[in-house]
Unconditional design. Structure first.
Length: 410
């Protein structure tokens, strides 16, 4: 128990990511979910069992702005983030905005501008910045383990792609722009963080290689992925049934990136592989590092610093901490950091500007791959806006504070 009054929190969207709200619901220990919003009456009816009988329910996101809440989790589908987020920020309500920040670069810029104009705190849920394998790679790079970074490659094997992204709203580009943005925003943000730079030119390539061949479609449904996830029987990929009525996003995509600091990077994403994990390769002036596994027991990072032929044994092996909690242990840390940010402000490990840059890269890459792989340039955030967020969402002349490492919510 604590003597500090509980933060009163709202939630927009009771879908798969509403487990974040459950992490934040700690009545008497600092925070509670006081109000929820979802258009589905079935999910609203389940709210009292999840968050207590006192929880308020509504189908109107705008109603939350009048409920005297300390902050709101926006966990609704991607295409709603911009409008819901802007409305809450303009009403002065701090928000946790699930990634991706929006489905267009312009949408992200609207959110950044609204946050600065109102002064309401904006936090974007890029949980992979708290993932043990990512933080360990970042620490190795900062320590100089591979010298100055010159190239980063990421291969993303999305083994459950058919179940996760092609049976509901994700499969319709009107809701996501595309999976190179929606799913890739995670990895693009990580690439930027490891490289300490932002992408300024992209060339994309990809297509709907497998799931476009499947004619078995489900009627429009408000169901959740957990209802149809079946790794054993939905394999190989062409055995999938019950796809979304609209499937027009790519299941195979890749992008080449040129960053503002001279680093070159690539990202490849495939939604019909048998395995599900990410592999990063970071090459610097003094070596190379690579992760093997990204969270499961036995995951390691290997570093090579000596010349030679193929050597499976590296010069340095760094075991990855066994994660505790959802999304490889990142979600509890993510929620804890957000709650500290709501209470005290300050700088955070996640960054709204970085979240915007991840979307801008994914958006430009998607436009490129749909236009014959034409190169696309990406404009940076205005200097004054970037400075505002870099200094803990304070205006020039104010001194930001760095938050203490958050306690893990379990």
């Amino acid at each position: 128990m604590t003597d500090t009054p509980d933060l009163r929190l709202g939630v927009v969207g009771l879908g798969m990511r509403s487990d974040l709200a459950e992490l934040a619901h700690r009545p008497g220990a600092g925070s509670r979910i006081a109000a929820v919003c979802d258009p589905d009456p079935t999910r609203r009816a389940e709210a009292p069992a999840r968050f207590g009988p006192e929880v308020a329910t509504t189908s109107d996101p705008g109603a939350l702005a009048a409920m005297d809440l300390d902050a709101v989790f926006v966990l609704s589908p991607d295409h709603t983030h911009e409008e819901v987020g802007v409305a809450l920020l303009e009403a002065g309500v701090p928000i946790f905005l699930e990634k991706p920040m929006a489905i267009t670069t312009d949408g992200c810029d609207r959110l950044l501008t609204a946050a600065r104009k109102s002064g309401a705190r904006l936090y974007v849920g890029h949980n992979m910045r708290h993932l043990p394998v990512i933080t360990a790679m970042r620490e190795l790079i900062v320590s100089g383990a591979v010298g100055e970074v010159k190239a980063i490659w990421c291969r993303h094997f999305v083994g459950n792609g058919g179940d996760f992204y092609f049976k509901d709203w994700h499969a319709d580009r009107r809701n996501t722009t595309g999976l190179l943005l929606q799913k890739g925003a995670h990895d693009i943000d990580v690439i930027h963080w490891l490289a300490d730079g932002y992408t300024r030119r992209v060339t994309g390539m990809g297509g709907l290689a497998v799931y476009g061949q499947i004619d078995d479609r489900r009627p429009p449904s408000g169901g959740l992925m957990i209802e149809w996830l079946d790794p054993e029987h939905n394999w190989p990929p062409l055995r999938q049934t019950g796809l979304n009525p609209v499937v027009d996003v790519e299941d195979l995509s890749m992008v080449h990136m040129q960053l503002d600091n001279g680093v070159y990077a690539s990202y490849e994403q495939c939604h019909f592989t048998p395995d599900y994990w990410r592999n990063y390769t970071v090459i610097g002036t003094e070596g190379r590092l690579e992760n093997f596994g990204d969270g499961a027991d036995g995951s390691v990072i290997k570093v090579w610093n000596r010349r030679g032929d193929y050597r499976p044994e590296p010069d340095l092996t760094v075991p990855v901490q066994t994660p505790q909690g959802t999304h490889g242990g990142a979600d509890p840390l993510l929620v804890a950091e957000f709650l500290e940010f709501v209470r005290h402000g300050g700088t955070t490990l996640t960054s709204p500007v970085a979240a915007r840059e991840a979307v801008a890269t994914g958006y430009a890459a998607t436009m490129s791959l749909r236009d014959g792989s034409s190169p696309r340039d990406i404009d940076p955030v205005a200097d004054d806006l970037a400075e505002y967020f870099a200094t803990g969402q304070t205006e020039s002349g104010q001194v930001p504070t760095a938050l203490d490492p958050p306690c893990v919510l379990t």
